[in-house]
Design a protein around this ligand. Structure first.
Ligand SMILES: Cc1cc2nc3c(=O)[nH]c(=O)nc-3n(C[C@H](O)[C@H](O)[C@H](O)COP(=O)(O)OP(=O)(O)OC[C@H]3O[C@@H](n4cnc5c(N)ncnc54)[C@H](O)[C@@H]3O)c2cc1C
Length: 265
């Protein structure tokens, strides 16, 4: 099947073209789109891309880190302002993948991918879309949200350390069995507004509502950690795949959450 590739100089033009081409696939760094093409994925024969340099900008203003959609994991790792995201960017694929994989592409990377998106959710990041919306990343990833292009991601710079762990197999090495990102803001020594996100435990990164409930209002002691771990998988929907079974993911999720929380004490 012939392939049409359209390249636009600006994000606005790409956004308009994308809105009127229902069959098109937008390409960011192409780590997944090119793989699909190489595998002759019949789902699309039309690619839209943009070379807009604004999409590669990284800046901080008013306590918010703004990331252009085309910022790659490698660019993040080289930027001091984005240091709080380095532990996450460092474990996305290998060096070749990190040099192309973009922050916006990670939001739309299907399970078991999306480790970076999970961290953005834990940080309460918002996305700026081509149709002028500004919405929480968490909302953008929900099924049924109208498809649109993301131009930038705004990440509140956290006061606390972003907790993160990626759990993958020794062989084959790489892709997550699951990953965990958590932010535990505190007031007067007690956790308030905990955000705990699992990737690989559902069709997209998901908040662990049970764990958050156990953490909020509590101090991070052994009893709280045990309660949060016991409630870790409440409402999550892990699946079987070639890396692990849903059963295995459920079994290990609470163990890894407890480890992540213990490190934060
Ligand atoms: C070998 C390998 C290892 C990997 N390891 C990991 C890993 O450890 N963790 C992980 O999370 N991911 C991993 N990935 C998946 C992938 O590389 C990353 O998720 C990456 O961030 C995707 O970004 P991209 O720019 O390459 O996306 P693309 O391939 O360009 O696009 C992916 C999807 O996102 C959409 N998209 C891209 N940009 C935008 C935008 N601006 N607005 C709207 N939609 C957009 C595309 O239309 C497409 O549907 C791996 C991939 C490979 C091939």
């Amino acid at each position: 099947m012939p392939l049409t590739v359209e390249t636009f100089a600006t994000f606005a033009e790409a956004g308009r073209a994308f809105a009127s081409a229902r069959d098109a696939r937008f390409m960011g760094g192409g780590t997944l789109v090119m793989r699909a093409l190489n595998e002759a994925d019949p789902a699309f024969a039309h690619i839209i891309r943009t070379t807009d340099p604004a999409l590669r900008a990284i800046r901080v203003a008013g306590g918010v880190l703004e990331l252009g959609a085309h910022v790659t994991m490698a660019m993040l790792l080289a930027n001091r302002d984005a240091a709080f995201l380095a532990p996450v960017a460092r474990v996305i694929g290998g060096p070749q993948v990190r040099s192309a994989a973009t922050v916006a592409g990670n939001l739309f990377a299907a399970r078991p991918y999306g480790d970076f998106a999970g961290a953005l959710m834990a940080l309460g990041a918002t996305a700026e879309t081509a149709d002028g919306r500004r919405m929480p990343v968490e909302e953008l990833m929900r099924p049924g949200v109208a498809r649109t292009l993301v131009g930038a991601i705004h990440v509140p710079v956290p006061q606390e350390r972003l907790l993160f762990a990626k759990v993958s197999r020794v062989k084959p090495k790489g892709v997550s069995v699951l990953s965990i990102a958590a932010l535990l803001p505190k007031r007067g020594g007690r956790i308030e507004g905990a955000r705990v996100v699992f990737c690989g435990m559902g069709p997209h990164p998901m908040r662990a509502a049970g764990a958050e409930r156990a953490l909020n209002g509590a101090t991070l002691d052994a009893a709280t950690i045990a309660r949060a771990a016991a409630a870790a998988t409440e409402g999550l929907e892990p699946a079987d795949d070639a890396l692990a079974s849903a059963w295995y993911r459920r079994e290990v999720a609470s163990v890894h959450l407890a480890r992540v929380l213990k490190e934060a004490r």
